[in-house]
Structures are given as C-alpha cells and as structure tokens.
Design a binder for this molecule. Structure first.
Ligand code: FAD
Length: 357
C-alpha cells in the first residue's frame, strides 16, 4: 500500500506458497454478463484488459458465457471472439435464462474446478458483484472488489489495485495461496477495446449445467422492468454535465440540468450533493458513485477531490468551471473557465441553444 496514491510496486516480504493442487491453474477468464439477451458492455472492457494480462503471462484469454439456449447466447459467444477471447466456455440451459445466484454459482464453480483458470474477472455490476462473492466463497479463494488497476507482477501474480481508507490510499492485493485470483471491476474503469471486424472464430467448450429446476430454491415469478424515464445513464453517456458545492444552493442545480438538456447530455454531481438530497444517489460521480468516460465532461463548482477525480479522469475532455484557479481539478482538467458557475452555465446554455437550434 502506498500513501501517495500510487500502487505499491513490490510485495517484498510476502511469500508465494501456491499449494500443489493449484499449480496447473492457467489462463485468464472473463465472465461475459448476459442479462435478458443483452451483454453488459463491461464484459468487453474486461476482455480488453484480460487480453493484456493473458499476453503478459503468455496464456490464453477465455470468455465464460452462460445463458438460455438462444440466438442471443450464441451472439455473446461471437462477441467474445470479436473482443479478443481465444476460447469460450459455454453453458446453455433454460435455468440460466434469468439471473439467479444458485445456478450461476454452480455453473461457474463447476467450470473453474474442471478447467482451472488462474485469473477470473467479473464486472462490478449488481449481477457480477452477487456472483463474484458467492463463487469466491464457494471456491474459498480471494476476491478483490472494485479494482481500478490490474497488472501482473514479476512473479506472475495478479496485482489488483483498489482505493482504500476512503480513497486516500490505494492498496494492491495479491491472492498468493489460492486460485483462481478473482477481481471485479466497475463499468467504464477500463477502456473499451476495438472490436475485430469480419469473420471471427475461436475455441468453443460447451459444458452441460447438470441441474434441475427443483434444485433451485429461488423462483422468478415476474420481471418488472425499471422504465423510470429519468433513470441516470451516466456510465456510457458521451457528454456529462455535473455540479458541485460551488453551486451554493439546490435551486442552482437547475443550471446544470439546463445545459445538459441543450447538449443532449446526462447530468450528475459530486457526493455532497447526494448527501444533501439535491440529486439522486444514482447520479453521484466518483469513487463511491459512477465511473464515467464521456467524450466531454463539464464540472461546475466541483473542487476535484481525489474521490471525484478517480471517477472522471477517463473522460476525453474535461472542462472545469470554478472560481478558484488553484482548485485541485485544475491538475487534471483539459480546459478551465475561471469564474462564477451561476453566470457561466446560463451563458453556455444560451450559446449552445442558439448554435444547435
Ligand atoms: P467542494 O470541495 O466544497 O468544492 C466546491 C468547489 O466549488 C471549490 O473548488 C470552489 O472553488 C468552487 N466554487 C465555489 N463557488 C463557486 C462558484 N460560484 N462558481 C464556480 N465554482 C465555485 N466525492 C465525490 O464527488 N464522489 C465520490 O464518489 C466520493 N466518494 C467519497 C468516498 C469517501 C469514503 C469519502 C471520505 C469522500 C468521498 N467524496 C466523494 C467526497 C470528496 O472527498 C469531496 O468532499 C467532494 O468531492 C467535494 O465535493 P465538491 O467538489 O462538490 O465540493
């Protein structure tokens, strides 16, 4: 662990004592999250990251696809090749139609026990978090949640880095004595890799689930989609406008919403705004909120504390609006307007309204 927010580069003093039963564990696996026919994009982001780890280790990269016998499941297999998987482990079974912890945990633990991967990555989504925890406990192995960086150290061990102590430190965690080494990574933390064009193919290992509906105690009676129209879609938005405490009072947050509307953007804010009830919690940006990677991020009245920074620094262009030229956000913003957000936000809204109408 290092206090300067840099991952520790060595694990001197820690001894690798991998038991005999784990020495054949090899290859990097990524869980391809398929829900109601759609692959969560974090799966492709993780295949991109998994490719780098597999290349460093000189091993294969595999996607793990679990779903019902359906064209959408087969499309997830093809997508896995397109985003870099050499091989796909496929479990197709009607029990894997909607996510339930028991069949998915059995499917994954059976695959791991049979085919023995050394690294297993999952998205830190609602589904991925649930599955990762139960798979890690069933296999009695280590899991590092919400990683911000993954690397292979000099001894071939996964170095999984995540913020700790409220984000004031980064710690790098190793699973030295157990396999697989598991990690979850939030959507948008890793960059989306280029998809391969044209025909794609790879190895396919189809494995039966061997489970009956009677063995599953959870029953899905109905599925009610959350169609709330104002639900935040921050993680994958191209443009995000956000406000912070510099807005002074809750009424001024409307200026952020107005600019977002004109730009066809999503809006969000810093954590104190959620704590004060100015915005919903699913609009919080940062370490304990959403990680975003928009083409343009406009931050008005946000100081740029480290917990906010880690959630936005993947943006292509960051524009800070702040009265303080020495605010921490100036260290990572690409452009800045030094001035009062209450004057600048309406001026931008007006200018874009004219230009875009
Ligand atoms: P402030 O730090 O108060 O900054 C306000 C800024 O507005 C200042 O830079 C000021 O110069 C500027 N300003 C003032 N008046 C104006 C004006 N008229 N016009 C323009 N600018 C003006 N924070 C997050 O955002 N996301 C997280 O996920 C998150 N997670 C956290 C997790 C933990 C465990 C902890 C301990 C903290 C976390 N925080 C998080 C909080 C974080 O440390 C900061 O306190 C927070 O980001 C500060 O919010 P702010 O920038 O809106 O407010």
């Amino acid at each position: 662990m290092s206090a300067d927010n840099k991952p520790a580069s060595s694990r001197a003093g820690m001894k690798k004592q991998l038991p005999e039963k784990f020495i054949n564990y090899k290859h990097v696996w990524v869980f391809v999250e398929l829900e109601r026919g759609e692959v969560h994009p974090v799966s492709w982001e993780l295949l991109g990251e998994g490719r780098k780890l597999a290349d460093k280790l000189g091993v294969q990269l595999a996607g793990v696809v679990m779903g019902p016998p359906a064209a959408t499941t087969r499309a997830a297999v093809e997508g896995s090749y397109r985003y870099g998987a050499d091989t796909v482990y496929l479990m197709e079974d009607p029990l894997l139609t909607d996510y339930r912890n028991e069949p998915f945990t059995k499917a994954m633990t059976d695959l791991v026990n049979t085919y023995q991967p050394e690294i297993l990555l999952l998205g830190a989504t609602t589904l991925g978090r649930d599955l990762a925890g139960s798979v890690a406990t069933t296999l009695a192995t280590g899991l590092t949640a919400d990683c911000t960086e993954l690397a292979i150290d000099d001894e071939g061990s996964l170095a999984a880095t995540r913020p700790t102590f409220g984000g004031s430190l980064l710690c790098t965690i190793h699973t030295l004595n157990f396999r697989p080494q598991m990690a979850t990574i939030r959507p948008r933390v890793m960059a989306m890799p280029e998809a391969k064009d044209g025909e794609v193919s790879g190895g396919l290992i189809e494995v039966p689930l061997n489970m009956k509906e009677d063995d599953v105690i959870t029953k899905i009676l109905d599925f009610i989609a959350d169609n709330t129209t104002n639900k935040a879609q921050l993680a994958y938005a191209d443009v995000v406008v956000a406000g912070g405490m510099g807005l002074g009072k809750p009424e001024n947050f409307k200026l952020v919403k107005d600019l977002a509307e004109v730009l066809g953007a999503e809006y969000g804010g810093s954590r104190p705004l959620v704590q004060k009830g100015w915005i919903d919690s699913d609009r919080q940006i940062g370490q304990t909120g959403k990680t975003i990677r928009p083409k343009l991020y406009i931050a008005a009245g946000i100081s740029g504390a480290i917990q906010h920074r880690v959630g936005v620094e993947g943006a292509d262009l960051i524009l800070a609006i702040n009265t303080d030229p020495n605010a921490p956000i100036m260290d990572f913003a690409h452009l800045a307007i030094i001035g009062d957000a209450m004057t600048i936000l309406p001026a931008l809204t007006e200018a874009f309204r004219k230009r875009l109408s």
